[in-house]
Design a protein. Structure first.
Length: 508
């Protein structure tokens, strides 16, 4: 039996060579430029130039691994892995894993690697299936493929008819990495609303939220036990001095009877532990921010700066679906439009929302597209990933459904304006840590008293707003000036690294 590859039949060596050159424009143009440079400048000069470039690259990697990886490392790794890790043993492994077929002439048809993309933890190998193959053939061989390519885990996705993506997990940085809780900053000046640490990314950098500009509202999607709570508590911890000083007010809806957020009730401005109270709280929140919008609008104020008079109003809603889908109809019907309004209208008056849901479907979270930042923790189904993060994010490497249960708190974060998902993990806040946080935030008595007057409105009836929403006693308060002028954001637009994208067609 002769061995060939898909489409390789009856190909002359010259034709084969030309197709290789045309099929790998980056590799062939680099070779061409390299040869021209050697011809032009001489071998000696070129060796020096290459040496200096290698030295610069190594120094860059040593000094700043994440940016090196983002702009150069992934490309180099994808190129190297394509040829060395995948292409070199490909025929052997495909044959050993029984992933070849035979045509009518008795020739062996082998699936082709058409591209490799790398993130820090996962490689994605694009594969054109051989004639007569189905994705199920690869699914059945998944464990064998993982072993053959020495991957921690493997996943198969059908990208389009005839084309698959095989994902190989090469490393798991969060196995080793300890994510510490951020220390409670004593002074408000130590808190930058543009860089609130809520965890670490897979490179070991701080994962921060920018509540002033970029991460105005955050949606967390994660199955039960995935660790959604840890992101919310980490955010509250980062905000602690501002909460204590009355510069941030917390409105918390925990419809599951206060199981997640009940411990912190002393530091909230308003708290609801059931769906009916949750609706009442939402109505008050919207009314408060509507009034502020009018007030500031009439005063001609266009930029919002959190102050004691106009604090940042952070609404936290754990298990959003309990308010938008699973509650009585009169609650869901009233709640969803209020939530959508809050997500769209209060950017410039300090309204911010962080919400969590177990199933980020359209029915459960109809307003999910209004959250500029989405974080997908372990999800029950592959389809939930794109529902939570946005279309195409799973193909971009956000394999949230592949996060193992033992890695609670690991997630993929997607921000508006950034194409790639970022793999992150939050620290876990134990009960003692939450107790410490609550004590800290309530220690100088400046947190707005918890409004216990949030009671359920009668069915179908709107609640009245309690009179004194800004009744905060700041008498004994000493706060540092809060400076919001420094913009330390380091995010840059992302380029997609996909070695071999151009090589989509069958090439012999
Ligand atoms: N960031 C984390 N790091 C390590 N372990 C964590 C982390 N977050 C959560 N865990 C572990 O997972 C368990 C469940 O976490 P948590 O209750 O926050 O999940 P959840 O997503 O809020 O679930 P539910 O939807 O049921 O409320 C915790 O008891 C803890 O043991
Ligand atoms: Mg929870």
């Amino acid at each position: 039996m002769r061995t060939t590859v898909v489409g390789a039949e009856n190909t002359s060596p010259i034709r084969w060579g030309l197709r290789q050159v045309a099929g790998h424009p980056r590799t062939s143009s680099s070779a061409l430029v390299g040869s021209a440079a050697v011809f032009w400048f001489g071998l000696h000069t070129m060796l020096w130039a290459v040496g200096i470039a290698v030295l610069a690259g190594v120094s860059w990697r040593l000094l700043d691994k994440p940016t090196f990886d983002r702009f150069a490392g992934r490309l180099l790794r994808a190129w190297w892995r394509r040829w060395w890790t995948y292409q070199r043993p490909w025929l052997r492994i495909m044959t050993a894993c029984n992933l070849t077929t035979t045509d009518h002439k008795g020739e062996t048809l082998v699936p082709r690697v058409t591209g490799v993309r790398c993130t820090w933890s996962w490689d994605t190998v694009s594969v054109r299936m051989a004639k007569g193959q189905a994705p199920e053939d690869f699914e059945q061989a998944i464990e064998r493929l993982a072993n053959a390519f020495r991957a921690r885990s493997t996943n198969v996705r059908l990208v389009k008819p005839g084309k698959l993506a095989l994902d190989f997990q090469r490393r798991e940085p969060f196995d080793e990495m300890i994510i510490p809780l951020s220390p409670l900053a004593e002074s408000t000046s130590a808190v930058d609303l543009r860089r609130l640490p809520v965890g670490m990314d897979e490179y070991g950098r701080d994962f921060t939220l920018n509540l002033l500009q970029r991460d105005l509202h955050v949606l967390l999607g994660g199955a039960t036990g995935a660790g959604k709570g840890s992101y919310m508590w980490a955010l509250l911890r980062s905000l602690a001095p501002l909460i204590r000083a009355g510069l941030v007010r917390l409105w918390v809806i925990d419809p599951k009877g206060g199981q997640e957020f009940g411990m912190g009730r002393a530091m909230y401005h308003a708290f609801a532990d059931n769906d009916a109270d949750g609706l009442a709280l939402m109505q008050t929140y919207v009314k408060t921010l509507d009034e502020r919008k009018l007030e500031l609008g009439r005063a001609g104020v266009r930029t919002f700066t959190p102050s004691r008079e106009t604090p940042l109003e952070l609404l936290i809603c754990d298990e959003l679906a309990a308010m938008t889908a699973f509650a009585s109809r009169w609650i869901t019907v009233a709640f969803a439009p209020l939530m959508s309004k809050a997500l769209t209208q209060y950017r410039s008056v300090g309204g911010r929302i962080i919400a969590a849901t177990q199933e980020p479907t359209k029915d459960n979270v109809p307003m999910r597209g209004l959250f500029p930042t989405k974080i997908a923790l372990r999800l029950d189904s592959a389809s939930y990933v794109d529902m939570c993060l946005g279309e195409g994010m799973r193909d971009m490497g956000a394999l949230a459904d592949k996060i193992p249960e033992i890695l609670a708190g690991v997630a993929y974060a997607k921000r508006d304006g950034r194409r790639e998902p970022l793999r992150v993990r939050a620290p876990y806040s134990r009960d003692e840590d939450i107790a410490e946080l609550v004590e800290f935030c309530t220690s100088v008595g400046t947190v707005t008293e918890l409004r216990r007057d949030v009671t359920a409105p009668a069915e179908g009836q709107e609640r009245d707003e309690p009179a004194d929403v800004y009744a905060i006693d700041f008498e004994a308060l000493e706060v540092d000036d809060y400076d919001t002028d420094q913009d330390q954001t380091d995010e840059v637009d992302v380029i997609e690294h996909f070695e071999g994208d151009e090589d989509d067609e069958e090439i012999a």
